[in-house]
Design a protein around this ligand. Sequence first.
Ligand code: ADP
Length: 247
Amino acid sequence: MTTTITGLAASAVGVTKRYGTGATAVTALDNISVDIRRGRFTAIMGPSGSGKSTLMHALAGLDTVDSGEVRVGETQLTSLSDKGLADLRRNRVGFVFQQFNLLPTLSAEENIMLPLAIAKRRPDPAWFDQVVGAVGLADRLTHRPSELSGGQQQRVACARALLPKPDVIFADEPTGNLDTRSGGEILAFLRRSVDEFHQTIVMVTHDANAAAYADRVMFLLDGALVHEMANPAADEVLDTMKRLGGT
Ligand code: ADP
């Protein structure tokens, strides 16, 4: 696939975020700047406590920052009201969580449709079929989450994130709760979403094999971006993580 998609899906410029005050204050993000390129798969890695979740939450409009600028597309998040932020999260950002976060009383199909239903948007039936086919769930749509394996539940969550065609999907340790085979299926699907559907994906992971599916890996340490790697190979990623002090 040689389609070139330019521009940024999201960015942070000089962002600082602190938790607490005084002697116990923690600087979770320390004047960090990152560019999330459109139509690319970006992995965020770094030791525990390095600021990965805080960065992802800031980029997704789930959390405020103390200084600096955060944008999704051209929209500067600090300029938005609470309602504007809620609208942005609903319409322009998708999420895949480690724990799947499906609603247990809804069928797979209802879970997949939920973000669009909440946003009062109608799915394009052809696109719905394409997404459901891509995750291999066509014969599971009436099942409740409890009737599905972990891997199938995460595929429902991926379809739910992809269906609204958000500016960016944030995936937080999406394979952390899955066995290697199911995790591999999820990563292959995320990769395919980028290559075939031009989706932009940002994935936080501590797994070098998962990061190797990405186009680029950003390494954080103490709230700062300390290293980037293009077209990562798992062993290179692992070496860098060891240098930075573990996972
Ligand atoms: P990572 O995702 O890389 O493990 P986090 O972004 O969760 O890192 O955390 C970065 C730093 O901010 C850590 O020192 C963590 O303890 C601190 N931190 C994160 N969330 C909070 C919070 N709600 N209150 C206080 N400190 C927090």
